[in-house]
Design a protein around this ligand. Structure first.
Ligand SMILES: Nc1ncnc2c1ncn2[C@@H]1O[C@H](COP(=O)(O)OP(=O)(O)OP(=O)(O)O)[C@@H](O)[C@H]1O
Ligand SMILES: O=C(O)C1=C[C@@H](O)[C@@H](O)[C@H](O)C1
Ligand SMILES: [Mg+2]
Length: 170
């Protein structure tokens, strides 16, 4: 149990929180989306366009399966917790936090971002539906849920540090 995984919908703060958490806990930080982009030499919209979403999902599972045994923080892609296999790998190899942000916060953050193909191709209503559909999978994946409403990144990081230290002490 030496990894810390952050899961949740696009824009919930996984990358931003993961980066700050890595300073707070002095652990290396990996952003799954960025690692896949590096490996493939293509952006996420390019991977989706050229090979389709299913292929990207397989790359996510390969990443989780093959990632070295190292204490670190991993911010996952927004869809990574949808597969049971991925959830099992994360729960087995680490502590999983679900960053639970309200849809309105999320929508404000993602609506204009060209780097998120799913946000690009969906209407607000469709994204909202996807948000509610996915929640149960994030909850299933996570050991701990973090409510982010009205909390800034520093407060969220402090809460996760508190939980990690509490569990280490057990
Ligand atoms: N609690 C917060 N308060 C204010 N801004 C936030 C908060 N959480 C995230 N943000 C901002 O929202 C934007 C989206 O966050 P981020 O990129 O970390 O999301 P993500 O969960 O990694 O999304 P994706 O799944 O698409 O990779 C960033 O600009 C980030 O700084
Ligand atoms: O929610 C999703 O399905 C995604 C979220 C991003 O992190 C990327 O992994 C990609 O844009 C897909
Ligand atoms: Mg991210």
């Amino acid at each position: 149990m030496n990894k810390i995984y952050l899961v949740g919908f696009m824009g919930c703060g996984k990358s931003a929180v993961g980066r700050q958490l890595s300073y707070a806990l002095r652990l290396p930080f990996y952003d799954m989306d960025k690692e896949i982009v590096k490996q493939q030499g293509m952006s996420i919209p390019e991977i989706f366009e050229k090979y389709g979403e299913e292929h990207f999902r397989n790359l996510e599972t390969e990443f989780l399966k093959n990632f070295r045994d190292e204490a670190c923080i991993i911010s996952t892609g927004g869809g990574a917790a949808m597969r049971q296999e991925n959830r099992e790998i994360m729960r087995r190899t680490g502590l999983v936090f679900f960053l639970d942000a309200p849809f309105e916060d999320i929508y404000k953050r993602i609506k204009n971002d060209a780097n998120r193909p799913i946000a690009q191709r969906s209407t607000k209503k469709e994204l909202e539906r996807l948000y509610y559909y996915r929640r149960k999978f994030y909850k299933r994946a996570a050991h701990i849920r973090v409510f982010t409403r009205n909390r800034n990144i520093r407060q969220i990081v402090n809460y996760i540090v508190f939980q990690v230290n509490r569990l280490k002490g057990e």
